[in-house]
Write a protein of this length. Sequence first.
Length: 317
Amino acid sequence: MITRVTQLTPVAAVNAERPPFPVFIALVFGVLTGASAAILTRYAQAAGAPSLVIAFMRLALASLVLTPIVLARYRRELRQIRRRELIVTVIAGMWMALQFVLWNWSLEYVGVLIASVLVTSSPIWAALIEVTFTKVRLTRYIIIGLSAVIIGNIVIAFAGSNDGAMGSNPLLGASFAISSAIAVAIQRTLSRGVRGYVSLLPFIWLLYSFAAITLLIAVVLTRTSLVGYSTDAYLYIGLITLFPQLIAHTAFTYALRYMSATLISVAVQVEPSISATAAFFLFAEIPLPWQLAGSAVIIAGVVIATLGGRLRRASST
């Protein structure tokens, strides 16, 4: 019989005292490394690596890095995982695989700003999933946030193009980014039910591994080669694995010991601005005024929904 791992709620998990200074450093570092994902993916694509290969390799490499640690420290816990949790993790891994492929595809067709803003709207879609499949009620904060996301998407869709500077097909790229955000929401919703029974490291190891296996099947079925690309392509994929895949995730996990998940979710909304600023200098991507306005509306909607959910939970306790 497996022992349930104690999992504190986001609010209860936060220390009553002010978080130590290193936690703020970890949060800033997590946001910065997370924001590098779009830039590094663009460089890997420019170096000739297909989006499917980038997605597979970042997950496979992350899984390989975690393998010796997990097998050395959590072998007993892995043997005790129930079939139900294992099946749910497999399904969550499949959604994670889809998430990364869609995200990479979006960067082929739309600018970094739009792709980053849309994919970080996942908290809105997660809230909608909870409302649809559970007894959670649709609050006014979620309604406001969802309305803002929809309005922001409409503004972006009708903003037009900027002579290709913001992507060859912004509407298609935006569709991929939104689909990726929905995949993120589904994956995290599924994962939430497993995390109460499995410790963090073995869980993300299983998640990355199942996602990598899913993408490996896709690689085989599409006859996509994993070799023969430039040294730069493999270098950028390695950097994607190190920074946004491993370091950013670890930094956010560390910060969760002292800060609420709500605060971290809001902090993540800074990532699109950082990515867009880097894209402006590195790729000469200049968003149109209406694209900037639509992006700002989307970010505001996600922040309102996230903070509103925190305030509602606090008032009900």
